[in-house]
Ligand binder design. Structure first.
Ligand SMILES: Nc1ncnc2c1ncn2[C@@H]1O[C@H](COP(=O)(O)OP(=O)(O)O)[C@@H](O)[C@H]1O
Ligand SMILES: [Mg+2]
Length: 262
């Protein structure tokens, strides 16, 4: 199967040619298959958010290749949707209007927009919240609304940057269930950043473990556990420990380099 997203020898230098130049990513390569759920796991500052911005087409790489369905990514496109840690809903619009905002820009008729909003809000468990404003909703509900809004555009790729990090543990577990259900029927590839090893094992088809900055692939771990996955399953725990070790090595290395620099 041809990859949906190709990341090939990507390098990203922020503030290049200035005294503040930072090489965030160097020699990063992996790909994402159509419909695949890939989680990015790595130490803080290794360039995960930088990569998502580039795949979203909001930033450009310094070197290397970023492709979607074999075509270079040259700018933002509704086929690649992004969800941030804090849901960035428009406070003056209702939840339903937020969900269908992109469809309105695209010129879809109100009847179609209403239909899509109802369908998606039901799927994310917000069937009764369409008429509310974002500030009337909890953090978890706002994040589900953001998910519905991204799905309204039927993206081929859904990117999520620590989408549940600001939520409490119970809400987070519920959000993971919603996400898996929706992902299964949407056919979208998911590229998700999380700091939680448990979340990575619960959700991913494959986990891309990064080195510390400059980020590149340390190891790609396939998660061959049937869903729904149970955190108490010995195979789940074993994988968590292995990922913990991989990550700890990198965090240690980053600390040593930081101390050597001062
Ligand atoms: N917009 C930016 N301008 C300059 N430097 C940036 C910018 N975004 C990120 N960086 C730098 O790039 C490196 C990687 O950051 P980031 O991609 O946010 O890492 P992560 O998401 O893995 O924590 C960091 O050193 C960060 O300071
Ligand atoms: Mg980040």
């Amino acid at each position: 199967m041809k990859p949906r997203i190709t990341v090939n020898k990507v390098r990203k230098v922020w503030n290049a040619d200035t005294p503040k130049a930072t090489t965030a990513i160097d020699g990063l390569s992996f790909d994402v298959a159509p419909g695949e759920f890939v989680v990015l796991l790595g130490p803080s500052g290794c360039g995960k958010s930088s990569l998502l911005f580039m795949v979203a087409g909001l930033e450009t790489q310094t070197e290397g290749e970023l492709l979607c369905d074999g075509m270079p990514i040259t700018g933002p496109d509704t086929e690649r949707g992004m969800i941030f840690q804090e849901a960035s809903l428009f406070p003056w619009l209702t939840i339903a209007e937020n969900v269908t905002f992109g469809l309105k820009l695209r010129g879809e008729f109100p009847e179609k927009r209403d239909r899509v909003a109802q369908d998606l809000l039901m799927k994310v468990g917000l069937a009764d919240a369409g008429h509310k404003r974002p500030d009337e909703l909890s953090g978890g509900m706002r994040q589900r609304a953001a998910l519905a809004r991204a799905l309204a555009m039927q993206p081929k790729v859904l990117m999520m940057d620590e989408p549940f990090a600001a939520l409490d543990i119970q809400t987070r577990a519920k959000m993971q269930d919603h996400l898996l259900q929706i992902w299964r029927v949407s056919g979208a590839s998911v590229l998700m950043v999380t700091h939680s090893i448990e979340e990575a094992v619960a959700l991913a088809d494959r986990i891309v473990v990064w080195t510390s900055r400059p980020g590149r692939v340390k190891e790609i771990v396939s998660v061959d556990l049937p869903r729904p996955r149970k955190p108490r399953d010995p195979a789940f725990i074993e994988l968590q420990l292995r990922l913990g070790d991989l990550l700890a090595d990198e965090v240690d290395r980053a600390f040593r380099e930081m101390e050597a620099a001062v």
